[in-house]
Design a protein. Sequence first.
Length: 824
Amino acid sequence: MNSIGYNAQTITTSAAYILTDSRQISFPEQSIFFAIRGNRHDGHQFLPYLYASGVREFVVEENAFTEPLRKETEKWSDASIWVVPSSIRALQKLVADKRRNFHIPVVGIAGSNGKTIVKEWLVQLLSPGKRIVSSPKSYNSQIGVPLSVWNMGNEHELAIFEAGISQVHEMEYLQPVMLPTIGIFTNIGSAHDDGFKSRKQKITEKLRLFTKVRKLIYRKDYTAIDEEISLILRPVNSFLQTISWGKPDSGADISVICKPENTGTVISFSGLFGELRFETAFRDDASLENLTHCIIFMLDFGISAPVIQERIQLLKPVSMRLELKEGINHSYLIDDTYNNDIQGLLMALNFLSQQEQRQKKTVILSDVLQTGQTPGELYGTVAKLLKEKSVSHLIGIGKEICSQSALFDVPQKDFYKDTDSFLRDFPFDTLSDSMVLVKGARPFSFERIVHRLQQKAHGTVLEINLDSLSHNLNYYKSKIGQETKVMAMVKAFAYGSGSSEVAALLQYHRLDYLGVAYADEGVSLRQNGITLPIMVMNATMPAFDLLLQYKLEPEIYSRRMLADWIAYVNKNGAQAEIPAVHLKLDTGMHRLGFVKDDYEWLSEQLKQNPAIKVASVFSHLVGADEGVHNEFSRKQFELFMEGALRIEAALGYKTIKHILNSAGIVRFPDYKLDMVRLGIGLYGVEATGQEQHALLPVGTLKTIVSQIKYLSAGETVGYSRKGELKHDAAIATLAIGYADGYDRRLGNGVGHICVNGTLCPTVGNICMDMTMIDVTNASVDEGDEVIVFGKEVPITELAKRIGTIPYEILTGIGDRVKRVFYKE
Ligand SMILES: *Cc1c(COP(=O)(O)O)cnc(C)c1O
């Protein structure tokens, strides 16, 4: 067919799936791929890979459709390729065209906070009795909205989507894609976003989602929203009917009063729907606001107050986190027990297949939430997905999945009619060395399964936010551009964060290189399924066999080491492929590396030993983070280039040249060369301090309150009676000590712990396993979780207080602290 249409305005496709990320293929023959070009990724690069994987429909951008690519695609006689000015706009148009075929109510949710929670809650509250399609997770972007709306089908009776924007004009594109008929404007934050001139502009831009809605629910207490609705929205939407709510004096259609009670909150309504009263276990303002939006929506939707009351009783806080943690029997657990529909399952399976740490992949799956398909169709799709993702063991739980058991073609399968019988009858010892995905719909209470399968934590956990890590990586990538490679430094247990899990994510992001300090760190990565090239910075002779066996590339830094390596290669070169090496030049650090006097000798040796392949030549700046060393950094660079070019001349081929670490990328972008070595920045600390705002914190160290005591002024706390109380105080003992990495210098008031939002100082000396803090001003109970560092207590601040650097805090976190990895 090969319909390369150069000005093809209309894309006609029968594809069921839209693909924008080449790493997430599930049904290639039924997918259409939109090649999207950002400043860090270019989807066009992956066309040949996708074609080889079976994808046959492609949308590409004029500017990126280069001559070589065009030549390549001309060979694909069975493929359709549409060349468009912008893939994102083409995607939006395709979905907008599809959207117009449906005539069901579509709820559009906009606002600064609460969009995802209101959406998820509405789905929970309305799904008894309604077949609903909704945005998966928080798919609310220029790409996320079309992907969500694409899932609409004839079986659906109601759609609920969210839309988020970060710049002006974005909503104009999302409005026709979603075409909501009912709007909910959750709220507006006071934070000033980079993409907008003012808060007012932010509101008017968000309101553009509602230019065609018949009804808009909003909170009148946000007077700026109220004003803009009258000024901007009404003139362009003459059908608009608003339902506003607010405090009794706000003049809203519905007055709402929230009153705390023993067991929760009572919400009283008066006005539009009469006098009504609802009880909920939620107490915090944000949840009450979100819940009020939901209740008003349901009232307007015709659901009676008693039914609403019954359903809101069952609501739980929304945690859409997908967690990766250590499980029993040397397994890993992926905990995604929030909901279970096909979209959610697909995402979880994609995450599962990214995890190379274990070969064996087990899926514990409940009945999948129905959306109008017959069980045969639904589980047929599920079975195909499991096969595509090479799942080795399926454990199905639920009556429906049991009845479809014959559909599943996996090496091992077991079925249980409910969670209880699984927990009672399953031989848990047999579940070992596996990557286990636990994915179940709410009613199945799969949290009980997670509880049974996970390694018990001792109260202190380091939570690693994988989304933040990706964000930080992308930030640095966008600074250096596509031409420069990235080596991520994952030495010292990935700066304390967990090497194989971090490395698996970096491998997923198709990074170029990983760097470790010692050979055994590299071996451990290989044993956990990491196939990226790995440089080992300090591999001495006894480790050479490991280098060969595990394809690890050594840094060569001295005459003696090069001589050893040459001798080793001459002896063993015939047996195995010899890894390439990386030459380290010492341009001022005076730690490891060849100095200027060695260059002549080095060049000569390399010429004489062509079996030694040099992958890269590099050096390290001693003071990239500080302006006072700028002159020195420049000298280092010059010295490095002189040496590197000389070595390349001797070799007769080009090598990868690199000198920048994280701080260097920020302060010396001109020196980025062929590759950069990214370390601390990946983990959320911007070493120069100049661009800290652009990074997201990655690690949150949490512990729990073991006990609370009420002591009088004059009493002392802890060893050596160091913590003498100046006032009557509530003292909490925490399950963390210096053996966990909470530095002893943080004792006696130097360190602060965040307790339910209040910073509380340490009292007395830090013990090996415990720390005491003054919680007199906090509201806290025994067993509560508290934050040692994270967003509330930045690592940089902690480091400063005890005169050290964030690197030391991060790498000092003890082995017995469990690492939990999660994605939003
Ligand atoms: C650790 C290390 C890096 C990374 O440094 P950051 O300051 O963490 O970015 C780069 N190069 C070498 C040689 C290193 O040892």
